[in-house]
Design a protein around this ligand. Structure first.
Ligand SMILES: Cc1cc2nc3c(=O)[nH]c(=O)nc-3n(C[C@H](O)[C@H](O)[C@H](O)COP(=O)(O)OP(=O)(O)OC[C@H]3O[C@@H](n4cnc5c(N)ncnc54)[C@H](O)[C@@H]3O)c2cc1C
Length: 369
């Protein structure tokens, strides 16, 4: 027998304690509604990410959360200026790498902040004012008249929650999205990001730079490198189905030959999928009483910045739910209308994205050839 939590009194049940889930909860609690966040991992949890707060994220944090994170969340170097984000390719040398593009001609701060995602996300979730259940894995939902029934596993215990709305803020491989629209999977493709942390070693590259590498391996799409405290974070991105480990070896060999970088044993490894939803412009923002935000909706810039879009879409979803409960309106429509600027900005940024060769992604999001 499943336990029913809170007698069904939740205004919103939010799946995922990333920036999207925390921002949704923040908007709701600010408006006096109650929200619960279900997070499948024990918090604070690592997230495969470079952990840079780009300029727009900083603006949104001030607007929605009242300020930037406290000092203990940053790594050294704390600041990576936009002009120090550079690409490198054999034969081309170093070149400017654009991570962030102005929105409606408004530019954002160019000093990007280097944070630890485990600390940052935990801080955000606590700032949200919502109840947080973790580890608590979302398992499924059903719609019943004007309520959503959610099943989850809280540790070993099977629980049921009842709420007015369900928010899928559960990242790029969203289970909420898969249940809401099982066919949606056919509209996009995925790449795998594999990131390894090594002890920092002296090298022929600068410590306050973020480097992006291309053409170092026949199978990888790109690689990167930047410093976080006494560690070097080195990601490689490969098409789904390609083993990333040999590509990581290719990148390490390339870095040794070119920049005299000899890394030791890995300290930590992590991986995640990214998908091409945002490249197809066919976002999945919800239906009926279910709203999707951040990566779950596909709202991420194709150059890989998505903390900003998760904060913004999450907050707008929370506001839409609050308004719908008060006025009886349709939360999904309100949310969709409120996020036109986010979708427009993603479209504009994608025109300038340097991460994927355009030939790699066809218009419908399937790999070419
Ligand atoms: C390698 C890499 C580097 C990146 N670097 C940057 C960067 O520097 N700056 C930037 O702005 N963006 C960056 N991004 C993008 C950024 O990480 C994401 O866009 C952002 O985290 C999206 O936030 P979110 O809240 O939508 O999802 P997430 O942050 O992915 O949070 C989803 C949460 O849901 C939880 N969850 C999943 N399934 C369940 C379930 N069934 N039940 C309960 N909980 C569940 C997960 O554990 C997770 O905590 C990067 C992405 C990658 C892959």
């Amino acid at each position: 027998m499943d336990n029913l939590l809170n007698d069904g009194n939740f205004d919103a049940i939010i799946v995922g304690a990333g920036p999207g889930g925390a921002a949704t909860a923040k908007a709701l609690t600010q408006k006096g509604f109650n929200a619960v966040i279900l997070e499948k991992r024990r918090l604070p949890r690592h997230k495969c990410c470079s952990g840079l707060l780009f300029g727009e994220s900083q603006v949104l944090l001030k607007e929605y959360f009242g300020g930037l994170p406290p000092e203990e969340l940053y790594c050294k170097p704390k600041i990576i200026n936009a002009s120090n984000v550079v690409g490198y390719e054999e034969g081309r040398g170093f070149y400017e790498w654009y991570w962030e593009w102005p929105k409606k001609k408004i530019s954002f701060p160019r000093d990007y902040l280097n944070i630890w995602r485990d600390k940052f996300d935990f801080w955000l979730a606590r700032q949200s004012g919502a109840e947080i259940l973790n580890p608590c894995a979302f398992k499924g939902f059903s719609l019943e008249r004007d309520m959503v029934i959610v099943k989850a596993n809280k540790g070993k215990e099977s629980i049921k929650l009842r709420g007015k709305y369900l928010i899928g803020a559960d990242g790029a491989s969203s289970k909420v999205r898969d249940i809401l629209d099982p066919d949606f999977k056919k509209t996009y493709m995925e790449v795998l990001v594999y990131q390894v942390y090594y002890r920092y070693q002296p090298m022929g590259l600068l410590q306050d730079h973020f480097y992006v590498f291309k053409n170092f391996s026949p199978h990888a799409l790109l690689g990167g490198l930047h410093k976080k405290d006494d560690l070097l974070a080195i990601p490689v991105v490969v098409p789904k189905g390609v083993n990333p480990r040999p590509c990581m070896e290719d990148l390490k060999n390339f870095l040794r030959k070119k920049f005299n970088l000899k890394v030791g044993k890995p300290v930590r490894q992590e991986s995640t999928f990214m998908n091409s939803i945002s490249f197809t412009s066919k976002f999945c923002q919800g239906r009926e009483r279910v709203l999707l935000v951040g990566d779950a909706a596909g709202l991420i810039h194709m150059n890989g910045s998505g903390i900003d879009t998760a904060l913004d879409s999450g907050y707008q979803a929370g506001m839409a739910v609050a308004r719908a409960i008060k006025t009886g309106g349709d939360a999904v429509n309100l949310y969709y209308d409120q996020t036109q600027d986010i979708r427009d900005h993603i479209g504009e940024c994608n025109k300038h994205q340097q991460m994927f060769p355009v030939s790699f992604l066809s218009a419908d999001g399937q790999p070419c050839g």
